[in-house]
Design a protein around this ligand. Structure first.
Ligand SMILES: Nc1ncnc2c1ncn2[C@@H]1O[C@H](COP(=O)(O)OP(=O)(O)OP(=O)(O)O)[C@@H](O)[C@H]1O
Ligand SMILES: [Mg+2]
Length: 238
């Protein structure tokens, strides 16, 4: 496995947000964590990135030489090849599209490949190419989401953590974002996808885990989960 989370526990003061969860992401996989508001999805991604206080457990990363990411500073976790697109996107509003993408590449040593990778991002998101000199803050919501994902691509990450990429987007843009997720997977990037839009998430994922108030209550192949009555009733609105 590329990422193996074991018995992860995250607290905020006395609040137990994540109560001991275990799951994995393999090479070339899209794995999704689905669950209602407050289930602990964001906390898990933040724990992997070194941004949340881990009380217990391990986050083992690496196909060959496994390292435990728990306790590692966030900038070192980025250097391990993990890129996190947080909830709410957080692009740099005053900077242009090009400058935002340049910042995505800042931890890389091979700056000479920047232009070629930029072309790669533009082939996935032609919309960004048209707007290369526009400032980020004036992009539409969907375009900002594309920019956030493009920035993650520029880091040449080996694992992409995506938190609610469909949030606040029109249905047609949601379709675009999800087809991009599939493209990234086809380009070989494993993805851990957090979504409230369980329908879309399970349709693109290989495997999934269902979270309820800090615990994993179901797991399996994404297509099997999408067929299960309890998942359909609680998360798919069917
Ligand atoms: N900084 C914080 N301080 C205190 N409690 C927090 C903090 N961040 C999150 N929590 C709590 O931890 C629990 C899990 O939150 P988390 O953001 O991980 O949920 P989520 O599954 O991502 O929800 P959503 O779908 O609404 O984004 C919630 O009860 C939340 O109120
Ligand atoms: Mg969240």
């Amino acid at each position: 496995m590329l990422l193996e989370v074991r018995d992860l526990k995250v607290n905020y003061g006395v609040i137990e947000a994540v109560k001991g969860v275990s799951f994995s992401v393999g090479e070339g996989e899209i794995v999704t964590l689905v669950g209602a508001n407050g289930a602990g999805k964001t906390s898990i991604l933040r724990a992997i990135s070194g941004l949340a206080d881990v009380r217990r457990g391990q986050v083992l990363y690496g196909a060959a030489d496994e390292v435990n990411l728990v306790g590692m500073p966030p900038h070192d976790i980025v250097k391990q090849g993990i890129s996190h697109v947080p909830e709410g996107r957080l692009i740099f509003a005053p900077l242009t599209v090009r400058e935002n993408l340049l910042l995505g590449a800042y931890t890389r040593n091979d700056k000479e490949n920047f232009e070629a990778d930029l072309d790669g991002v533009f082939s996935v998101f032609p919309r960004l190419k048209e707007r290369v000199n526009q400032v980020g803050g004036t992009l539409s919501g969907g375009e900002q989401q594309m920019l956030a994902v493009g920035r993650a691509m520029m880091s040449r990450c080996h694992l992409l953590l995506l938190d609610e990429p469909s949030m606040g987007l029109a249905p047609i843009i949601v379709e675009e974002v999800f087809s991009t997720i599939v493209k990234l997977k086809e380009m070989g990037t494993p993805i851990l996808l957090v979504e409230q839009n369980a329908n879309m998430a399970l349709s693109v994922a290989d495997r999934g885990y269902v979270l309820e108030t800090g615990n994993i209550v179901l797991s399996g192949n994404a297509s099997d989960l999408a067929q299960m009555d309890e998942v359909r009733a609680s998360y798919l609105g069917k």
